[in-house]
Write a protein that binds this ligand. Structure first.
Ligand SMILES: C=C(O[C@H]1C=CC=C(C(=O)O)[C@@H]1O)C(=O)O
Length: 409
């Protein structure tokens, strides 16, 4: 639906509050006010939702605009909703309103390092060899179609790692450790229960899908990656290698072009202040481009613009629908909320939405980590498998799992 010509939808009833919210300790600025519902920590600012007040009726992105308009008409402009959109545009999102939203500086305390004392059971799905094989299949598909109309130009393939502990995972501690990387936005959002058990998505995403404040929008797409190194000279060489890599620059340019094309009709001014530049997290180097724009109609909600962009070629591919179909077949599992979007929006239309990467779905004793890599003609399947292993690092560190060593077969 065109956000600029939104009809007035009928107000649906608010769904019941969730039966489960996750226990919260250190990020709670006012203990005693209730349990945490969601948390986002970015550049020294903590957005913290306490206690569940209501849920947005669930639905696909096509109906998000109408559902948000109805919700904020009854909840008011001061209300905030936060949550997650799934990877699949036809899947149901999951957004909550908290009883109270606190915006504050994060608590001053070191993020205690996780102790590597808890035994974990790890299951790769697939392992590096299986992933490299899927990448090989994708490269064949691209080669077969090359030069034809609507040919697959880029596809982002992921794999996952299921880590099982002996006791329930302390999600508040995981969030604190994820928030230790100032280059990423740490997040914790509730997902629908699985088998009657509460489930959350936790992560430290470096990628801003869409931020909006008044009439100004921003996006910081990332694509093109290299693992960071402990040795300074090796780390600088990894960054320089990435900046010079034609394959990575191509992979990145596809994402930027898609975002500019999608936002252009809504903006009277759209620009990239710096162009393609190196960006880093604690464990990865990336190519990134900052994009900023001034909206023609400032009231278009942040979540609606984010939903239009989602999924970008940083997590899906080009052409989008074709890439999504191949992803389903090549990966062999449903991504669910991985490679979706997490964020918040308020009744004024402001908000911030991030690409759901460097994340794990946590349910009881089990964490399911995900990592993907963009594949374009010229990608090396084994290098892409190594890149996905490197992308697990942020979550492995936060969970207290020693680095995973995979033997190349
Ligand atoms: C899909 C992921 O990363 C994306 C974001 C940055 C760089 C990427 C890359 O270089 O392939 C991916 O497009 C992920 O971390 O799971």
């Amino acid at each position: 639906m065109n956000a600029l010509t939104r009809p007035e939808p009928a107000a649906p009833p608010l769904a019941a509050p969730p039966p489960h919210v996750f226990p919260q300790k250190a990020t709670d600025p006012s203990p005693g006010e209730g349990l945490s519902l969601f948390a986002f920590q970015s550049r020294g600012a903590l957005l913290h939702g306490l206690g569940a007040a209501a849920a947005l009726p669930r639905g696909p992105v096509a109906t998000l605009d109408a559902r948000l308009a109805a919700f904020f008409r009854s909840a008011g402009t001061e209300a905030t909703l936060a949550g997650a959109l799934p990877f699949d545009r036809s899947g149901d999102d999951c957004l909550w309103q908290a009883r109270r939203v606190a915006r504050s500086a994060p608590p001053v305390q070191g993020a205690a390092r996780a102790e590597h004392t808890i035994p974990w059971h790890l299951d790769h799905a697939p392992d590096a060899a299986g992933y490299a094989e899927a990448v090989g299949r994708a490269l064949h598909l691209m080669a077969d179609e090359a030069g034809t109309a609507g040919a697959l130009e880029k596809i982002v393939l992921s794999r996952s790692l299921v880590a099982t502990a002996e006791r329930d995972i302390d999600v508040a501690s995981v969030f604190r450790r994820l928030a230790a990387d100032p280059a990423a936005t740490a997040f914790l959002v509730p997902l629908p229960d699985r088998d009657g058990l509460p489930r959350v998505m936790a992560g430290a995403t470096p990628e801003l899908l869409l931020g909006k404040s008044g009439g100004r929008v921003s996006s910081h797409p990332l694509a093109g990656s290299a693992r960071r190194r402990a040795d300074l000279a090796e780390d600088a060489a990894a960054a320089a290698g990435l900046a010079a890599s034609a394959k990575d620059r191509r992979e990145h340019a596809i994402v930027v072009e898609f975002i500019l094309d999608t936002l252009a009709p809504f903006c009277r001014r759209l620009f990239r202040p710096q162009g393609m530049a190196l960006a880093s997290t604690a464990s990865m180097w990336h190519l990134g481009t900052r994009i900023e724009g001034d909206l023609k109609e400032p009231e278009v909600p942040a979540a609606v613009l984010a939903a239009m962009l989602h999924p970008t070629p940083a997590v899906c591919g080009v052409p989008r629908e074709k890439a999504a179909r191949h992803i389903g077949a090549l990966e062999g599992y449903a991504r669910d909320f991985y490679a979706g979007a997490v964020g918040w929006c308020d009744g004024r239309g402001d908000g911030a939405w991030y690409v759901t990467i460097r994340c794990a779905e946590i349910c009881g004793r089990r964490a399911r980590l995900y990592a993907g890599a963009g594949i374009v003609p010229g990608s090396d399947p084994h290098a892409e498998a190594e890149e996905t292993a490197a992308k697990y690092t942020a979550l492995l560190t936060a969970l207290g799992i020693p680095p995973v060593r995979e033997v190349r077969s």
